[in-house]
Design a protein around this ligand. Structure first.
Ligand SMILES: NC(=O)c1ccc[n+]([C@@H]2O[C@H](COP(=O)([O-])OP(=O)(O)OC[C@H]3O[C@@H](n4cnc5c(N)ncnc54)[C@H](OP(=O)(O)O)[C@@H]3O)[C@@H](O)[C@H]2O)c1
Length: 246
């Protein structure tokens, strides 16, 4: 993976930042996309550049603005001359109980979790074909089985799982397209899962009886890019067995 280039959406913090650190440790150059987390993105970028000169850049964009997306790919390619991996990680997440769903919820949740990954992948495809590269979509176990009160989010992630299969068919044989479906890895910053009882209930549904770590997701991404030459169109649950017991 030495001198290969990855563009990671929502890469400033949490799972995206861990994916950035792990791929960088393998020798990849990293374009860290962010929307609002400029300070975190800059800190991570500085850290990676201290480890290896000119190995990271930051790129700002609201992924709901589809017209902005090709420029993320273009700036990455302009900086390092090529693109080897696109990681669609950015996501909005919150409950949308039936009766309270608005069109704005739909546009935001479908926009960040499904529409942007499609249009970014489309922009990246010609470059990824040149490098025989990879697209990795970060899905969710709730794209396989729905999460209560999260109809729009679950639907978006189910669409992302199908997009993974569809793009694998469209972009092969040059480009491999896979997904990773996390379970409980990092608790959301903004919702009810702060609730201790609910957290315990969620973890009790895993076979491993514990929370995962961003490193578990990053390691699956690394595996799919580095070690999985004959895998495409697949979504791997990394969830401590929650998907068998959801
Ligand atoms: N956390 C978990 O346990 C868990 C479980 C299942 C699935 N997942 C999936 O794993 C991935 C990473 O999870 P996470 O919890 O680390 O994600 P997160 O912190 O909730 O979100 C990652 C980033 O997405 C960016 N983002 C959201 N909407 C955006 C938009 N419209 N345009 C541009 N960027 C946008 C935000 O960037 P800024 O901060 O820069 O604004 C945010 O930092 C997501 O796809 C998530 O669905 C996570």
């Amino acid at each position: 993976m030495q001198n290969k280039t990855a563009l990671i959406t929502g890469g400033a913090k949490r799972i995206g930042a861990e994916i950035a650190r792990m791929l960088h440790a393998e020798g990849m150059n990293i374009a860290i996309h962010y929307r609002g987390s400029r300070d975190e993105a800059q800190q991570l970028c500085d850290h990676l550049n201290r480890l290896r000169n000119n190995s990271a850049i930051i790129l700002q964009a609201d992924l709901l603005k589809i017209a902005n997306l090709p420029s993320l790919v273009d700036k990455t390619v302009k900086h390092w001359g090529k693109l080897d991996a696109l990681i669609n990680n950015a996501s909005s997440f919150y409950p949308t109980p039936i009766g309270q769903i608005t069109e704005a919820h739909w546009d935001d949740l479908i926009g960040s979790n499904l529409k942007a990954p499609l249009f970014l992948s489309q922009a990246a495809a010609p470059y990824l074909k040149q490098t025989r590269g990879n697209i990795i979509n970060i899905v969710d176990v709730h794209g396989i089985r729905p999460m209560k009160n999260h109809t729009v989010y679950s639907t978006a992630k189910a669409g992302l799982a199908m997009l993974t299969q569809s793009l694998a068919k469209e972009l092969g044989p040059e480009v491999r397209v896979n997904g990773v479906a996390p379970g409980a890895i990092v608790w959301p910053e903004n919702n009810l899962e702060q609730d201790t009882t609910l957290r315990e209930m969620i973890l009790d549904r895993t076979a491993l009886k514990r929370q995962g770590d961003p490193k578990d997701i990053a390691a699956a991404v690394r595996f799919l890019i580095r070690d999985a030459d004959y895998i495409t169109g697949q979504v791997i649950p990394v969830c401590g067995g929650r998907s068998i017991n959801i």
